[in-house]
Design a protein around this ligand. Sequence first.
Ligand SMILES: NC(=O)c1ccc[n+]([C@@H]2O[C@H](COP(=O)([O-])OP(=O)(O)OC[C@H]3O[C@@H](n4cnc5c(N)ncnc54)[C@H](O)[C@@H]3O)[C@@H](O)[C@H]2O)c1
Length: 352
Amino acid sequence: MTDGTTRPLRAGVIGLGMMGRNHVRVWDEAVDGAELVAVADPDRGAVARATNGRRAAGYDDPNRMLAEAELDLVSIVAPTSLHLPLTLAALEAGTNVLVEKPIAATREEATEMIDAAAAAGKMLTVGHIERFNPAIRELHRRLSEGELGRVFQISATRLGPFPARIRDVGVVVDLAPHDLDVMRYLIGSEPIRIFAEAERRIHTEHEDLFNGIMKFENGVIGILNINWLTATKRRTLTVTGERGYYVADYIAQHLDFYANPDAQATWQNRGGDAFGGPITSVAEGEMTRRSIRRAEPLAVELDEFARAVREGSPPPVDPHDAMVALLLARRMVESALTGEVITGAALAETVA
Ligand SMILES: NC(=O)c1ccc[n+]([C@@H]2O[C@H](COP(=O)([O-])OP(=O)(O)OC[C@H]3O[C@@H](n4cnc5c(N)ncnc54)[C@H](O)[C@@H]3O)[C@@H](O)[C@H]2O)c1
């Protein structure tokens, strides 16, 4: 996949709505070694707005753009129902693809996309933007180094007002894949049991209020608190472990650590070993705000996509992980509808 030259990679964007406009801006202004050369959307007004003041060519037909623009990279930011056909068309045109989340509507579609990328020898990655949030990156680094000792619980809060724009899916399929993906990324384990409750309070067809609970194979409990019914926007992830408690705030890009002073004391009393067996008490300790270099998550995401294509390295987000996040979200909806706990072979098949 390495092209062996240092010319800028030619980038395009398909779908110029709310999220597509951000891809256009970031490709145009914030990715080293890439240039935005073309954009496409059947809505001519959206094309005119995206190309205004830019050198990129505008198309009202994405297939024509793919045939003419000689793209190395494309962001697909059209409605989810179009992810499959647009991804197949881009791969066929020889373009590396970043498709927005959720990867597709179904497992069959996602599998077809993954297989087509492998057959074409092109990269397919998915816009799981929260993985690129500097607060989550730093938390991942610290958890990987075992800073928290044993992890007990991970809890995601994703609350906000009702988005009138989104009609085709409910809050679980729209938002939970973010948190399910981040949890698997941070915990490094698969859920073995899930249960959810959901309600529909404003949406005319789908759920807009959701609580999910999961047990991971390594014993960690995961909690999801997600809705479109809250009069303020909250995006946090907390992790409770032996040595303390982490709070990551996606919006502020803060990572705060609340130490459990008793963990160290317990281990010291047993001879000073750093992680010498289970802790016996918890107390309130000092809070430290970890130092984080802020960055726009989408700029990090597209930059890493371009770099991976240039260097021939693995996709920044493996599309299989994106598929699992989608399927787990769908299982959550199923649990809420049936009132059943999903476990055993049914769940193992979801994460396979
Ligand atoms: N990563 C994130 O946090 C995030 C946030 C918002 C949306 N998204 C995802 O981005 C995608 C788009 O969402 P949005 O909120 O921008 O939607 P939107 O409705 O604002 O925009 C969709 C755009 O796609 C265009 N479109 C329709 N058919 C097309 C076609 N055949 N070819 C090209 N363009 C076509 C529409 O004209 C519209 O301009 C969805 O998959 C959504 O889930 C991701």
